[in-house]
Design a protein. Structure first.
Length: 331
């Protein structure tokens, strides 16, 4: 038997996630690798998936999609990984368990220079950043005279996007919810302007910092009333890209807000990468994600590390005010 984080029904993750003994996986089949999981991250999207899931009656579901660990065994025909190698896997439905069998092609070898804490985060967030950058650069002014608004810029994805944008000379303005977060980002990225939405007239401050340059794209993982305010800052023809659901409230929006300036709304999730991106492009993105992790390991902050037994505490920590970095579970 092995231990796994499971849920028998949909609901708030704090209420439904539990540690369960389940059968150990069988020997890996052809093309598979068996991995002893050492750590996995808890992404907000993982918890949203639990809340929205609809398990069949009497069935338990193992949570998670991303994990890192050590290869225990491989099936026939596997040449990309071998026992003893450290790997990170994604997508692996049911990754939050002590041992997993996974398609060996989805096991990415971890460089020796990366700790388990960084390796556990090296696919989902970097791939999300790549998707956001591609979407933003569909606007011709992004990377030229335009400036991208990066809301929740102190988040794991927000920081990675800023670091990558600096590397590619894409101008951004970081948007955060309080001055403490703003100061943290100014220290981390001295050349990137930061605006706090807690300050009166913050929208005017954004326009001032933009200095007349077009704002073709806003990136927002939150939604709600702040998204509506950000929408008003877009240049004609601009796009608000929503890639998260941190605010349960709807975005207050009137049709006139879109019609008068030809503003667009777009949703983007890692799920779209799994279903709408070609295998060749996915392979390229995984290679780019690995390169991003090597280049910016200092941006992969760990907010806290919990043992499996404290899964409830770990889930609660994900939404803790002032959290910086990703919450990890070590097995």
């Amino acid at each position: 038997m092995i231990r796994a984080v499971t849920y028998p029904r949909s609901g708030h993750p704090v209420d439904v996630l539990e540690l369960t003994d389940i059968a150990a996986p069988p020997a890996p089949e052809r093309g598979q690798a068996q991995v002893q999981v050492s750590a996995f991250p808890i992404h907000p999207g993982d918890l949203q998936a639990v809340a929205a899931a609809r398990p069949a009656a009497g069935q338990i579901t193992v949570a998670g999609l991303e994990a890192t660990g050590v290869v225990l065994a491989v099936g026939a025909g596997v040449s990309t990984v071998a026992p003893g190698m450290r790997v990170t896997v994604f997508p692996c439905p049911g990754a939050w368990r002590e041992q997993i069998n996974v398609d060996a092609n989805l096991a990415v070898v971890v460089p020796d220079s990366l700790s388990d804490e960084v390796a556990a985060q090296m696919l989902v967030n970097p791939i999300t950043v790549l998707m956001l950058r591609r979407a933003a650069q569909q606007h011709f002014s992004a990377g030229f005279d335009g400036v991208i608004l990066n809301n929740a810029a102190a988040s794991a994805v927000g920081r990675l996007f800023t670091a990558g944008a600096e590397r590619h000379q894409i101008a951004t303005i970081s948007i955060v919810r309080n001055e403490q977060r703003a100061q943290q980002l100014r220290q981390r990225f001295p050349s990137v302007p930061v605006v706090s939405t807690a300050a009166p007239g913050w929208e005017d401050r954004v326009r001032q910092v933009a200095g007349g340059r077009p704002i073709p794209v806003v990136l927002d993982p939150i939604g709600g009333s702040t998204a509506a305010a950000l929408l008003s800052l877009l240049s004609p023809g601009g796009t608000l890209i929503i890639y998260g659901l941190m605010d349960a409230e709807s975005i207050p929006l009137h049709a006139a807000d879109l019609l008068e300036s030809a503003i667009g709304l777009r949703g983007l999730t890692i799920g779209r990468w799994l279903t709408a991106v070609s295998p060749d492009e996915r392979a390229s993105d995984v290679a780019s994600a690995l390169a991003m992790t090597r280049d910016f390991p200092q941006q992969f902050d760990t907010a806290a590390i919990y043992p499996l037994e404290q899964i409830t505490d770990a889930v609660q920590h994900v939404s803790k005010p002032g959290k910086v970095g990703t919450v990890l579970i070590k097995t």
